[in-house]
Design a binder for this molecule. Structure first.
Ligand code: SF4
Length: 263
């Protein structure tokens, strides 16, 4: 996908394209949760728990370094095979007593209208639920928190707030991101995390994110891995030098109870 061309289109059409993509996922998801992947066992996605990870289809952001183009690129995601809810719940029932939690990730799960009902069915089986979000839908986040449907929220922080539009696309509402940050802090357990790339994040940017989120429980810097990316040009990007990232991370530790690097 040529993101530069896509972004230019968005700018020229005054964000209409972006809104249409988002709306198409919302409409499509009114019938049921769109699931495009299932990882049957993960030891890392849900901190401290044995879990499975469910991948929802569709996202309203276009982070060029996204590792899930098959769930995000509108053309590719149409071709991504779906997993039916019946198949998923058969699997979850069969793993009762073996798995402790389910991570609901994407794409962006909060775009899907029946997310609360979907999570409730998982909770009713007795699983803990972790929700990964880009923070663009604070109303949905508030709903699942109020209904006590999530045990852990992981919110992606892409860049300092003032740089969001440049990275994820111009239609993002910064007030929604800020509201989601506030809501995430109210979750039973939570983390913020940022996938960092030298070409997109200066040390100053990362420090600025630290100040923005200060007082939060956990914040992680995630090393970018140049595998498949939404913008294929990013597959040649170099990740941060490990020593440099450790230094940056050390400078952030005053802001958080827990702060670390995920390789
Ligand atoms: S990284 Fe996350 S928020 Fe960004 S495009 Fe991919 S799924 Fe969406």
């Amino acid at each position: 996908m040529n993101l530069n061309r896509f972004y230019r289109g968005i700018t020229q059409n005054n964000t209409q394209n972006h809104a249409e993509i988002s709306a198409s996922f919302r409409v499509a998801s009114e019938a049921s949760m769109l699931i495009g992947g299932l990882q049957k066992l993960t030891l890392i996605d849900y901190p401290g728990k044995l879990a499975a990870t469910v991948f929802s289809v569709g996202c309203n952001f276009l982070c060029p370094f996204c590792h899930n183009p098959e769930l995000v690129d509108p053309e590719k995601s149409k071709k991504q095979p779906r997993i039916g809810e019946a198949e998923l719940f058969d699997f979850l029932v069969a793993r009762l007593g073996l798995l402790e939690g389910v991570c609901v990730t994407g794409g962006e799960p909060t775009l899907q209208a029946d997310l609360p009902e979907f999570i409730k069915k998982i909770k009713d089986l007795g699983y803990l639920v972790k929700l990964d979000t880009n923070g663009s839908s604070p109303l949905m986040l508030e709903r699942v928190l109020n209904d006590k449907l999530v045990d852990y929220v992981a919110m992606d922080i892409k860049v300092p707030l003032e740089k969001y539009k440049k990275i994820v696309g111009p239609a993002v509402k910064l007030e929604d991101i800020q509201r989601s940050v506030e809501l995430t802090r109210l979750a039973p357990d939570y983390e913020f995390r940022t996938t960092v790339l030298p070409s997109l994040h200066s040390a100053k940017d990362i420090l600025s994110i630290g100040r923005w989120l200060q007082g939060a429980k956990k914040y992680y810097l995630q090393q970018f891995r140049p595998t498949k990316c939404l913008d294929s040009a990013y597959e040649n990007e170099k990740p941060f030098d490990s020593e440099k990232l450790v230094k940056i991370c050390n400078g952030l530790k005053i802001f958080f109870d827990e702060c670390g690097i995920r390789e």
